[in-house]
Design a protein around this ligand. Structure first.
Ligand SMILES: O=C(O)COP(=O)(O)O
Ligand SMILES: [Mg+2]
Length: 224
């Protein structure tokens, strides 16, 4: 094993290309409020800070002003059942994700999902794609008091795994993942294929940058 003992994985844009399903549920919510649909490309640029922020961004785009709390609650009441009903039918695992997780587990790493997606959606998605068994801990965007880019989810995870900052590697597609890792004082691997508000992940200065999750083996070997 390398110097790392535990690895945190972001979900959306890192393990699963979930935009098509999130896009569909967003448009169900907007239609229920009598608002026009948004495009998949728009939704791709709004993912990263959880569902409340995604809906805030969508409602702002379609009404021209930030939504009231009441409108946001209404939108969430429409989004959640629509997304729950159809979490995975259009999405897919990114290449080499299942194989990489399997190999890392065989090598003895403790692994967690650290996502800003609401916790209730996470387990069914992991199960659908056959990767739930690789994770001994799942932290959603609403599991703790603070979400990424705050370091709290990573700190919580390190405490649960009984590892220190030098033992932990955070893998993600968004600057929120990299900022959370930097704030927690641990290493990060930034993936170039996900959703990062249209920005190059390298601009956030992750410890490593990769275009395929399988490249993680190059970096953890390097760190030995
Ligand atoms: O739900 C989001 O906005 C982002 O989810 P992620 O943290 O798994 O990328
Ligand atoms: Mg992500």
């Amino acid at each position: 094993m390398s110097q790392y003992r535990a690895i945190g994985f972001d979900l959306d844009g890192t393990l699963v290309d979930s935009v098509p399903d999130i896009h569909a549920a967003t448009n169900v919510a907007l239609a229920g409020l009598g608002l026009d649909s948004v495009s998949e490309a728009q939704v791709r640029g709004w993912i990263g800070n959880g569902v409340p922020m995604l809906l805030t961004r969508a409602l702002t785009a379609q009404t021209g002003e930030p939504p009231s709390e009441a409108l946001l609650v209404q939108a969430r009441g429409l989004f959640d059942p629509a997304y729950h009903a159809d979490l995975c039918s259009h999405g897919s695992l990114y290449p080499n994700v299942a194989e990489t997780l399997k190999q890392l587990q065989q090598q003895g790493y403790s692994m967690a999902v650290i996502t800003n997606k609401p916790e209730a959606f996470v387990e069914p998605i992991l199960t659908h794609f056959g990767i739930a068994q690789y994770f001994s801990l799942v932290i959603g965007g609403d599991t703790l008091a603070k979400a990424k880019p705050d370091p709290m989810p990573i700190e919580h995870c390190m405490a649960r795994f009984g590892v220190s900052t030098v033992d932990f590697l955070m893998v993600g597609d968004s600057k929120n993942d990299i900022l959370a890792a930097q704030a927690a004082g641990c290493a990060s691997l930034g993936l170039t294929y996900g959703y990062n508000y249209g920005e190059d992940i390298a601009l956030s200065n992750p410890t490593f940058v990769a275009s395929d999750i399988q490249q993680i083996f190059d970096f953890i070997a390097q760190a030995e």
